[in-house]
Write a protein that binds this ligand. Structure first.
Ligand code: NI
Length: 169
């Protein structure tokens, strides 16, 4: 068990299309445990494997710190959004984009299929914060960040800030 280093923008791994997990091994289980620990320590409500430098379709979510105990800790392997409906706008942040927040438009309800950490098929129907978190983390697996969905002004200000900081360090 151990905390993993969270990759931040503009780390290139955040822009890769993650690969499906073909076999759940002891290494996968260790990675899942470390991702859960890292998510809680951050603290965050979700973490996708690319955020810790592993380009695999794997994510963990626990929205219980922010919402009533409606959903347990979720570990999803190879998740796919099968259907979505409605729209909602919520302010989101991201552990890979320190100090960045933006209101993001997403589907208000999603139906997601995938596998749990034992490789058993799971189906999740979600609304509220869990629906937002699922879409946010699945975006990470496709190399997408909330930075891309934010307005152009916000995006360019953040990029400027990040690159300025990079040069002065
Ligand atoms: Ni994120």
């Amino acid at each position: 068990m151990g905390l993993l280093r969270i990759r931040t923008y503009p780390d290139r791994v955040l822009r890769e299309q993650a690969k499906d997990v073909s076999n759940i091994t002891g290494n996968t289980q260790r990675l899942v445990n470390d991702m859960i620990e890292t998510m809680y320590a951050a603290p965050g409500v979700g973490l996708a494997a690319p955020q810790v430098g592993i380009s695999e379709n794997l994510l963990v979510i626990d929205v219980n710190s922010r919402e009533e105990k409606k959903y347990p800790l979720i570990v999803l392997v190879n998740p796919v959004i099968m259907a979505s409906e409605g729209t909602s706008e919520e302010e989101e942040g991201c552990l890979s984009l320190p100090d960045f927040k933006s209101v993001i438009e997403r589907a208000s309800k999603v139906f997601v299929k995938g596998f749990d950490r034992e490789g058993k098929p799971v189906e999740i129907e979600a609304d509220g914060l869990l629906a937002v978190a699922l879409q946010h983390e699945i975006d990470h697996l496709r190399g997408k960040l909330i930075l891309d969905k934010a307005g152009p002004l916000k995006r360019s200000l953040y990029k400027k800030r990040v690159f300025k900081k990079g040069r002065s360090e």
